[in-house]
Design a protein around this ligand. Structure first.
Ligand code: PLP
Ligand code: COI
Length: 352
């Protein structure tokens, strides 16, 4: 039986102030959040409280040593008002994988799952129903314990906050293949959803933005010869009719969208390959016309087609396909997420 989560309701709702027809991504927040504190060697009971600021001591270790991890998920409302999550247990497991790598105490499964269900039930009015919109859910954990000593904190906070959101990208994405900077290294924290992984991307991404690119495609830190993933997405490449993506490693986030897209593609009879993809091969395929499409995949980005890539001072444009794998696979995954199609993989989780 699910644990009962204590709920303290907000005195009033902010929902009337929200323009649900013009939602950007992740910039307005719902009325409540889940909060759970780690103290005295254990996670205390989680509770749902009104969304509110947090007070921290300036010596809190999050500020100094960056012990911070997060997840990204979405709640979807179907046309009958039923509410769904997509593979939530995968996010729970990945949060604890990240926790282990950052020396953060792991969260009990029932605290995550029951807390999430209670929060989303309470916030169901905040789930937008406009096409392409959903309630973005951000579970995160950080070191709230104090001290300048460079060692793990003795106190942490686990919070889940929600933001009704529209699309992450407004159109096709132009990417730059990175030749100088690296996102992650062997033996590092690249596979974890650690806040610092994103901070480290901002400067190279700013440099790319100045040249007109929205995302960087990271390459392996050793040779910069093989593509890995983008800032907030795993990357897929279609050469002729084969769909390929890089294998996960300790440098790459094991994306839930990525593995779902691979399963759906196989189910569609599309030939898939999980293997190293060299920049050389990509450039050659772009030049001889066999590079048909590229797209990113992630919870926030869903399936985002790539319009072209820059490499070594040159731009390579991708064709505009009428029947792309990106649109087929996006349709199939969102039909499952929004309960518009049969869920043969058993990925949907009903909240209400
Ligand atoms: N890679 C990175 C660096 C990301 O931030 C994300 C987003 O979560 C992904 C890949 C895609 O992962 P998922 O599909 O689980 O959201
Ligand atoms: C997500 O897709 O949920 C992510 O975490 C991407 C994020 C960096 C916006």
């Amino acid at each position: 039986m699910a644990n009962k989560i204590a709920v303290e309701k907000a005195k009033s709702s902010k929902i009337e102030d929200v323009d649900f027809d013009n939602l950007s991504f992740g910039s307005v927040y719902s009325d409540h959040m889940l909060v759970c504190d780690y103290k005295d060697g254990e996670w205390k009971s989680p509770k749902v409280v009104p969304y509110q600021p947090i007070t921290l001591d300036p010596s809190a270790k999050i500020f100094h040593y960056g012990q911070s991890i997060f997840e990204g998920m979405k709640a979807y409302k179907d046309e009958n008002g039923k509410v769904w999550l997509f593979r939530p247990l995968e996010n729970f497991k990945r949060l604890n994988k990240s926790a282990q790598r950052l020396a953060i105490p792991e969260i009990p499964e029932s605290y995550f799952m029951d807390g999430l269900n209670t929060l989303i039930q309470l916030e169901s009015d905040w789930i937008p129903q406009n096409p392409g919109s959903s309630l973005y859910i951000r579970p995160f954990v950080f070191a709230s314990g104090n001290g300048f000593h460079a060692s793990p904190a003795d106190e942490y906070k686990f919070i889940i906050a929600c933001a009704p959101s529209g699309a992450y990208f407004s159109g096709k994405v132009k990417v730059l293949i990175e030749e100088t900077y690296s996102r992650a290294a062997n033996g590092g924290v690249g596979y974890a959803k650690a806040g610092g992984n994103y901070a480290g991307q901002f400067y190279p991404t700013q440099l790319a933005a100045e040249k007109g690119y929205q995302q960087v495609i990271w390459t392996d830190d050793n040779t910069h010869e093989f593509i890995e993933e983008a800032g907030a997405m795993n990357v897929f490449v279609r050469i002729n009719d084969t769909l390929m993506t890089a294998p996960t490693s300790d440098r790459i986030l094991d994306g839930i969208t990525r593995k779902s897209i691979l399963d759906i593609a196989k189910d569609e009879g599309i030939e898939t390959e999980v293997r190293k993809i060299s920049v050389h091969e990509l450039v050659e395929a772009a030049e001889n016309g066999s590079l048909k499409e590229m797209f990113g995949a992630g919870t926030a980005a869903v399936v985002s087609p790539i319009s072209g890539f820059g490499y070594h001072g040159k731009d390579y444009d991708l064709p505009d396909l009428e029947e792309s794998y990106a649109s087929l696979l996006k349709q199939r995954i969102t039909d499952i997420q929004y309960n518009r199609a049969e869920d043969k993989f058993g990925w949907r989780h009903q909240v209400i």
